[in-house]
Design a binder for this molecule. Sequence first.
Ligand SMILES: Nc1ncnc2c1ncn2[C@@H]1O[C@H](COP(=O)(O)OP(=O)(O)OP(=O)(O)O)[C@@H](O)[C@H]1O
Length: 454
Amino acid sequence: MEELILSKWDEILSLLETEHGLSPIVVKTWIKPLKLYSVEGKKLYFAVDDSMGSRAIDFINKKMYDMFLVTSIKEVLDDDSIEIVIDVESNLNKTSKEEVTKEEYNEAITKSNLYPKYTFDTFVVGESNKLAHATCLAVADSPGLDKFNPLFLYGGAGLGKTHLMQSIAHYILQHNKNMKVLYVPSNKFTNEIVEAIKKNKTDEFREKYRTVDVLLIDDIQYLIGKESTQQEFFDTFNALHDEGKQIILSSDKPPKEIKTLEERFRSRFEWGVPIDIHAPDYETRMAILKNKVEMNGYKNISDNILEYIANNVTYNVRELEGALNKISVYAELGNITITEDLAKNILKDMISKETNVTITPDLIINTVSEHLNISVDDIKSSKRSQDVANARQISMYLCRKFTTKGLKSIGDVFGGKDHSTVLSNINKVDKRIESDPEYAETIDVIIKKLSPHS
Ligand SMILES: Nc1ncnc2c1ncn2[C@@H]1O[C@H](COP(=O)(O)OP(=O)(O)OP(=O)(O)O)[C@@H](O)[C@H]1O
């Protein structure tokens, strides 16, 4: 493969000009100097000269030259499965894909404070988390790129932030022998700073936290404290970031809403794009349950029971797992097949806590109406003014997400809209959630109003 690419390199470069309209000077300055560093299967690693630095990579990515390059390579080689990674040579050296043995990996997990099971393999991807998942994979593959540094993951309790951030750490350790990775919950991090300052051991603290390649701090909203604590964190953050080390943070809210942190943190946290994780939709909840049943080898639990759980525990994956675990204990101990009545009984405390109120289309429309100040009648009407249409789209989206109604019955609730109109409205909301964080936040707030316990 390596030789093939080298032999076709001129053809690939010229395609960039003829097909993608890149000017000869751009090709000469940015693409031609890339060196094919190594090839692993269908993955090609290109090195940027260290002297050009990681800014060059960011520039290449930002201008989408990387995308044009991979398209040209695919076309010239007539192979659609090619992937490329562009990084500075020193990073590729450091991350040279030496085999990491199982023992080395296990040792690294313990040193890095990771839970063994929080890997990409055990994470179920659905509509609600696919953007977060894709971003985390990109970071895992090329840690330290400016556009995702820091990587800031946020979302409600129990939606998989810790699982996803640790998946990145696992992936990096699985593929890179020499990378130092450290996961720490923010309260532990704060305690360690406080202790270090008190005992005059800040040098040790710095040695521990400023020599890592990847630092993950969980639940950053709890990182409060005196000025000296925040200053130490600030310096750690800057020291790592300046050296192009990857920082990964999680929080229950977006940076601008973490009121306990000073503005200088909030703005830094927004350097990379903050990425949110939403509550899972019905299909994802079912997929998560089925996955857990398979992984844990649970027996005597039928799909009906999983559907019952997925319909009733709607917001928090930790609670979803909790409900399944509880049922599984009864199934195993009693060696009985669980019926829906029995499941209801076993879960009655949990479910009355989770869904005191069953989420119905009427409840959704009332909540959207109240939050956006648009009347229920307007939402159900065919009025097309922008604010009314927006409220209607959001209502349809939430009906799909939180009720078991199909597209046609959702259309009926909104004055008999046909299923393709409903689907197109739902898709619009989905797309906008991905591109407009403020809009996504509005939807999250409405969801919280629908399930106030979460
Ligand atoms: N998409 C998913 N696939 C599989 N398991 C998941 C998924 N999302 C969450 N989980 C599981 O749900 C549980 C809670 O997830 P996690 O601790 O990562 O949530 P969190 O968002 O960090 O919550 P908190 O804000 O309370 O710390 C974990 O056991 C995790 O493995």
